[in-house]
Design a protein. Structure first.
Length: 244
């Protein structure tokens, strides 16, 4: 490299270093702020290292670094850059902010219908700190059906997200079977039925993760799936005497 080329290269390096670095946070919006503005409940899903946004009728799961996100049982692709961490918060692009606004408009809170959910922004000045735990989590298989009955206790009127995770082989990764958002009653209890299909597999392990808003300790329960009618003797299942 001659002396002139070296000077040009050095000037380019110095000029590039002099350009101020623009933080993503200067353009994007903190997801907790998006939740507060649009009326979503913000929750952290520990099993998936993801964030859930929920309101009556819809639960959205957003994973930092991924451009796919879940809307109830559907997986959708987002426009713009993927969500990212910045100063212990998750930031999203204007495109995703607008998409979340459109989804919220499709699931308005109905007066006199489902109970309203109050969004708590833990970063807001003077915001009350929510604490507590999900306790007494019980999971049972529903006789004659591919569903589980899930019950437990949580702070009154708070959302509880139930995530079902299936483990079917020591050679296969775990899979998320379903996710459902419910609200604890005024007395702090909850009970619901959630499907295990399409992951029903006799002898497989199903883990139920119950999570809520920031500050609420989650709970976990496992069970091994049995035949749907495990305690019923069906003649059609018996081997005919002529074949014994």
């Amino acid at each position: 490299m001659n002396r002139h080329a070296a000077r040009v290269a050095l000037f380019a390096i110095v000029a590039a270093a002099a350009i101020p670095t623009v933080s993503y946070a200067d353009h994007d919006t903190a997801l907790v702020k998006v939740a507060s503005e649009l009326g979503y409940v913000y929750g952290y899903l520990g099993p998936e290292d993801a964030v859930s946004l929920s309101r009556p009728g819809v639960t959205i799961v957003i994973r930092p670094g991924e451009k796919l996100f879940d809307v109830n049982d559907r997986t959708e692709a987002m426009d713009g850059p993927a969500p990212h961490f910045y100063h212990s918060d998750v930031f999203v692009s204007d495109e995703l902010f607008n998409r979340l606004r459109q989804i919220a408009a499709r699931y308005p809170a109905v007066p006199g219908g489902e109970r309203a959910i109050v969004v708590v922004n833990p970063n807001a000045a003077g915001a009350a700190t929510i604490s507590g735990a999900i306790s007494g989590l019980s999971v049972g298989q529903t006789p004659g059906d591919q569903t589980l009955t899930v019950a437990g206790a949580a702070p009154a009127n708070l959302p509880v997200t139930l995530t079902l995770i299936g483990t079917f082989s020591n050679e296969l990764p775990d899979v998320i079977l379903s996710r459902r958002e419910i609200i604890a009653d005024a007395d702090g209890t909850f009970k619901t039925t959630v499907p295990v299909a399409s992951g029903y597999f006799r002898g497989g392990i199903v883990t139920v993760e119950a999570t809520s808003v920031t500050g609420i300790t989650p709970a976990k329960k496992q069970l091994v799936l049995k035949p749907v009618n495990d305690k019923v003797s069906v003649p059609a299942d018996q081997t005919p005497r002529s074949e014994r």
